[in-house]
Design a protein around this ligand. Structure first.
Ligand code: LLP
Length: 433
């Protein structure tokens, strides 16, 4: 069965009409399919175990850190790739075994490094010489071995949006091949550092296998050189980055990936397992992106000059991807429009926020809608709620998980009181007007 489909003209997630979720929980609300999520996890694990004896699939927590979803992913056998102390906390809290957690990111603080060493994670990935030195210093103070990897920047153009392209030397991520070799030698010579892996992550939403294969072969080439110097690693980590299909407005009837999970896993894992290393992958979007949508309600419509606007109760604070990356998300009416009289009109589908950049779609043909109608912004499981904010005093949306005909709330909608969280209002200096 398709994850999202129309039944009797009503858009469903699995066998649940989205209108039921809206009636019970309100809008905007993120809706995820448990069945679809587990199916994608299984596909990753199946594909990886087919080409490698001990693959390590570390879910990139940044894509969606909902604690209930994380618990499900940990139970399904995944590891975690974290990028802050906060994500490390969430991953440990969700039950990911510490030896399945990898910590990436260009600016790990002392407190974060200590937290990782306390937990005994699989490895910290150093992204600069200074960061490696900091890890070495802290490990030395604690007289505790720190397992490390080095993130190499292979200078490969991933051909994706410039804001999410990370594998060129012009980007802040990782270090050059030469520097990585030198850092590996330094780590090997250090009493408290244990080099275990080499990592690369060239960007996100990549839909061409070419750059991935190039990056995997780059890692293999480097590991060969290291082996020649007597440095033997445990694993090579190809990062994440596999893109999904945002382009198709009739998404309910089509595949949600452009590149198949199995094809991607095979392409990145084979060069690595052939030379005997453990393969590590850090997928985020490709696991969770297609399994979630953002359900919103039409508040008003208006025509201004030649422009037709649909104003929703969801905006850039709920889903910032269209604003930030000019990303295209398919948008579907929750009530399927079948009559030939309902001709689509080209609209801007916008939020209530006071910014012109607050749009979910621009110049999009859409069937006529009325206030109160529901619309679903598809492919929103990854980097949706994760990037949500309280901008304009708006409350973060609820999240629900669907299984068959049932749903459960996995995060309550924020209440107005959340806007005061942590604030100390009487801390102002006395002022008498
Ligand atoms: N590993 C590392 C080191 C990363 O930096 C990332 C994503 C991933 C893995 C997971 O990549 P994925 O499989 O999800 O492509 N907010 C942007 C995406 C930013 C990605 C940041 N790093 C968006 O909404 O498109």
């Amino acid at each position: 069965m398709k994850t999202f489909q129309y039944q009797n003209n009503l858009l469903h997630c699995e066998n649940l009409a989205l209108a039921e979720v809206a009636a019970a929980v309100g809008t905007p609300v993120y809706v995820y399919s448990q069945t679809a999520l587990l199916a994608r996890v299984e596909e990753f694990i199946r594909a990886a175990t087919a080409v490698s004896p001990h693959p390590h699939v570390a879910y990139a927590v940044k894509a969606n850190g909902n604690p209930a979803l994380l618990r499900l992913l940990a139970q399904a056998g995944l590891g975690a790739d974290v990028t802050s102390g906060g994500e490390l906390f969430l991953a440990l809290h969700a039950g990911f075994p510490p030896d399945k957690i990898i910590f990436s990111g260009v600016g790990k603080t002392r407190a974060e490094i200590e937290m990782a060493l306390d937990a005994g994670i699989k490895a910290l990935h150093a992204e600069s010489e200074m960061e490696l030195a900091a890890i070495g210093q802290i490990a030395n103070e604690r007289q505790q071995k720190a397992r490390i990897g080095v993130r190499v920047n292979p200078n490969i153009d991933a051909k994706t949006h410039p804001y999410i392209s990370t594998g060129l030397h012009a980007h802040k991520f990782g270090v050059s091949g030469e520097k990585a070799m030198a850092m590996m030698q330094q780590a090997t010579a250090h009493r408290w550092l244990e080099p275990v892996g080499l990592a690369a992550h060239i960007g996100s939403q990549i839909t061409d296998l070419g750059p991935f294969g190039e990056s995997a072969r780059f890692l293999v080439g480097m590991s060969d050189e290291l082996a020649g110097m007597g440095i033997h690693l445990n694993y090579l980590d190809v990062g994440g980055g596999l893109g999904i299909d945002y382009s198709d407005d009739s998404i309910v009837n089509r595949q949600s990936s452009i590149v198949d999970i199995t094809d991607w896993v095979t392409a990145v894992a084979q060069p690595i397992t052939q030379v005997g290393y453990q393969i590590v992958m850090e997928p985020g979007r490709s696991i969770i992106g297609p399994t979630g949508l953002l359900l919103a309600k039409v508040i008003y419509t208006k025509k201004q000059g030649e422009k037709q606007f649909i104003i929703l109760d969801a905006g850039m604070n709920d889903l910032v991807r269209p604003t930030l990356y000019q990303a295209h998300h398919p948008i579907l009416p929750a009530n399927e429009v079948t009559g030939s009289s309902e001709v689509p009109v080209t609209c801007d589908i916008v939020g209530p926020i006071c910014e012109t950049g607050d749009f979910l779609a621009r110049e999009r043909p859409f069937p006529p809608v009325r206030p109160g109608d529901l619309v679903a912004i598809m492919q929103a499981g990854a980097y949706g709620f994760a990037m949500a904010s309280n901008y304009n005093g708006r409350l973060r949306p609820a999240e629900v998980l669907v299984n068959g005909k049932q749903f459960r709330i996995i995060r309550q909608r924020q209440k107005l009181g959340h806007l005061l969280d942590g604030c100390i209002e009487d801390a102002v200096w006395e002022y008498t007007p």
